[in-house]
Ligand binder design. Structure first.
Ligand code: SF4
Length: 345
């Protein structure tokens, strides 16, 4: 199979499974990687235009994560890096999304862990956001979502609901997420899709999976009619967690997976990894067209911690702040010759 022939054909049509696997193995030096990225960017520009969607991430009122035992890569599995120490109130969520809308955002993601309440907080949060703003809402609580709440969210006009498998390899899933079930995640994703709601789903790389597993995963997602967003999350070791000493997924491996995903899912939104935003311009080269900006709505305690991105800070109640780091992203997108697009559609 010819590497350059596959890429040439990929500008015209979706690649096949064996071609995707070949690209994973064969794109193994800077020259071939560059050709792969160029093809993925060409497909993105042809299918979606030279636009790059930016949305704000806001915490939800979700009462933390009850997954037990916690996922072995997650901060919840470390005594030092636990999330959800400060839970936002409905008023604080409302205030943060109003600020996001005033800045110009049209889309917002509300997220948190799996509280065990099957999406009840997502319904309350979405209701208040819809009452106070015209923002499009995306919520993400993994498998912690009932059919009843999917229907309530649909009625509230939700844009999309997240349900990520992380890996399609059952054995690896059990190893890294011992408190969760891949079967259950698949069931919830199917429910979201069945009810005609946009589905957002993630592929985690660097957790022991093979290229074959990644290809299976990329093609498994094709079964969802309403798939709206795929994000490629690269494993990053958090100190104190059981996986804290493993190597992180590299920037090139994340970008390579992103580019091959773009050659299959040609007109779907494609995003990157949580906490790795300094790689955004590489992701754009690899065919990404979408970023949820994390780190804008934060507990006060986090503001003074080392932060890569800084911006104007506004206080929300006693416990939270809104940090406007949008200009940093606008700059990164423009430098790549794309137009920042805050309009969710
Ligand atoms: S479900 Fe999410 S928040 Fe909870 S332990 Fe797993 S990765 Fe962490």
């Amino acid at each position: 199979m010819q590497f350059y022939k596959i890429l040439e054909n990929a500008t015209e049509r979706e690649i096949e499974k064996d071609e995707a696997l070949f690209l994973f193995h064969y794109a193994n030096d800077w020259e071939k990687l560059w050709q792969l990225f160029k093809t993925a960017s060409t497909v993105r520009d042809q299918q979606l235009g030279k636009l790059f969607k930016l949305k704000a991430f806001a915490l939800s009122t979700n009462k933390g994560c009850k997954t037990s035992p916690p996922c072995r890569y997650c901060g919840q599995a470390s005594s030092n890096f636990k999330f959800f120490k400060t839970i936002a109130s409905l008023e604080e969520v409302a205030e943060s999304v109003k600020i996001a809308e005033n800045i110009g955002f049209k889309g917002v993601q509300l997220g948190g862990g799996c509280s065990g309440n099957k999406g009840a907080e997502a319904v309350d949060d979405t209701r208040i956001v819809k009452e106070l703003t015209s923002l499009n809402v995306f919520v993400n609580y993994g498998a912690d979502m009932s059919e009843e709440n999917i229907l309530k969210l649909k009625e509230l006009g939700i844009g999309s609901i997240g349900c990520s498998f992380e890996t399609i390899n059952e054995e690896i899933f059990k190893k890294i997420k011992p408190g969760e079930s891949l079967k259950e995640r698949k069931r919830v994703a199917e429910l979201i899709d069945k009810h005609g709601v946009g589905l957002a789903s993630g592929i985690m790389i660097g957790v022991g999976e093979t290229y074959e597993d990644r290809v299976e995963h990329i093609f498994y997602l094709k079964r969802f009619q309403n798939l709206s967003l795929i994000y490629i999350s690269g494993f990053f070791p958090i100190p104190g967690t059981p996986m804290g000493n493993q190597l992180p997924a590299t920037s090139v491996d994340i970008a390579k997976t992103m580019a091959i995903t773009r050659l299959v899912h040609r007109d779907i939104d494609l995003d990157g990894s949580f906490g790795r935003d300094e790689q955004l311009q590489l992701w754009i080269m690899a065919g990404a067209n979408h970023r949820i900006i994390h780190g804008m709505f934060e507990p006060v305690s986090k503001v003074e911690q080392f932060r890569r991105f800084r911006g104007e800070v506004r206080k929300i109640g006693e416990n939270f702040v809104f940090i406007n780091i949008l200009p940093i992203y606008v700059n990164m997108v423009k430098e790549m010759g794309l137009r920042p697009d805050l309009n969710e559609n």
